[in-house]
Design a protein around this ligand. Structure first.
Ligand code: KG4
Ligand code: ZN
Length: 331
């Protein structure tokens, strides 16, 4: 049978991405153009700069995705885009473009929730993932613990009550003078540090499934001001240890409580080396399956959006063309 071919566009933050995926699982092409260099000198993503860069990059990125997949507009079955959450100026570029392509080629449009995209990323690489699974979604804007019961069905177990895990990485990295983006910088520097050097607090460790990282960030700042002699590597490693410890312990506890068969991670922070190792160790120790997608599938990309669009299209059909991009779209 002819596969259902989806072109998806992802422009929720600072990556301009497009991908062609067949039947929600066969990735024909996935192109990601990062704007990291553009924003680095400002120490973070500047929404206005991001929106304008998407405008310049989008057409070439889409054309490259189509070319690498050896396909063209008329051969597509669905055109999808991330419709939220994210930066409104950035979302508008991707959704407007996807709707225009859909209209021009006479194809249905599907608007995708970015976090649902992260949720589906693991499935792309491991379609036989055992369910139910507890999914730990950790990105720059979100930190969520989700129970996935079956294809396309999920329930939010808990989330951060203040900063997202990635936000904590970015803020602490900036404070330590490690630059932007902070997560990869801390990951790198922490390799030469002692994770037990400083016992930073583990927010809400024993309470429910919600997370809190703003107290940890403040502790790091206060500690460094008081102990300027302690090396950056030790502080970075100890901070990372505190974040990963809470994430993994809560996910493991949730998995036991709900009787999940495995733990899956997703979102940019899931690219963190220590988190990836710890999830695998915890799963091995508790007889759970570990689903740890490749790093490229953890950070923002359009293949995960295309895979999600395929699921949503099967379940709900197309999204009306007048559906608006929503910066605060909930899962
Ligand atoms: O999912 P993502 O690419 O974009 C959002 O949807 O937010 O996540 C970006 C976040 C940033 O906060 C970045 O610092 C963090 O993911 N991140 C990492 C690593 N790589 C990216 N955090 C920790 N360790 C990493 N290796
Ligand atoms: Zn993301």
């Amino acid at each position: 049978m002819k596969p259902v071919r989806v072109l998806a566009i992802e422009t929720s933050c600072d990556e301009t991405a497009a991908a062609v995926v067949d039947d929600g699982r066969h990735v024909r092409s996935s192109v990601v153009s990062s704007q990291v260099d553009l924003h680095a000198r400002f120490g973070g993503v500047v929404p206005e700069v991001a929106g304008r860069a998407h405008l310049d990059l989008l057409t070439p990125v889409v054309e490259e995705a189509l070319e690498r997949a050896g396909t063209s507009g008329p051969e597509l079955d669905v055109v999808a885009a991330t419709i939220g959450p994210g930066l409104i100026g950035s979302l508008l570029v991707g959704t407007a473009a996807a709707k225009a392509y859909a209209l021009a080629w006479g194809k249905p449009f599907v608007g995708v929730n970015h976090m649902e995209g992260h949720l589906h990323a693991a499935f792309l690489e491991d379609p036989d993932m055992a369910l139910p699974a507890v999914v730990l979604l950790v990105s720059g804007g979100h930190t969520m613990l989700i129970l996935m019961t079956r294809d396309g069905r999920y329930r939010l177990l808990g989330q951060t009550i203040d900063d997202a895990a990635g936000e904590a990485f970015d803020k602490v990295a900036r404070f330590l003078g490690l630059g932007y983006p902070g997560g990869p910088a801390i990951d790198r520097v922490a390799r030469d540090g002692d994770p037990a050097a400083v016992a930073f607090p583990r927010g809400l460790l024993h309470e429910g499934y919600d997370f809190s990282f703003s107290g940890l960030k403040t502790s790091v700042v206060n500690y460094v001001k008081k102990h300027p002699e302690v090396g950056v590597a030790d502080v970075a490693a100890s901070f990372q240890e505190a974040v990963v410890d809470v994430l993994v312990r809560k996910a493991t506890r949730a998995a036991a409580d709900v009787g999940a068969r495995g733990i899956c991670i997703g979102g940019g922070v899931a690219a963190n080396s220590v988190l990836r190792e710890r999830v695998q160790e915890a799963c091995a120790a508790h007889g759970l399956a570990a689903f740890v997608p490749s790093r490229a599938m953890c950070t923002d990309n359009a293949a995960m959006v295309a895979a999600t669009a395929w699921h949503r299209f099967r379940l709900d059909g197309p999204t009306p063309l007048d559906a608006a991009a929503d910066p605060n779209l909930r899962l």
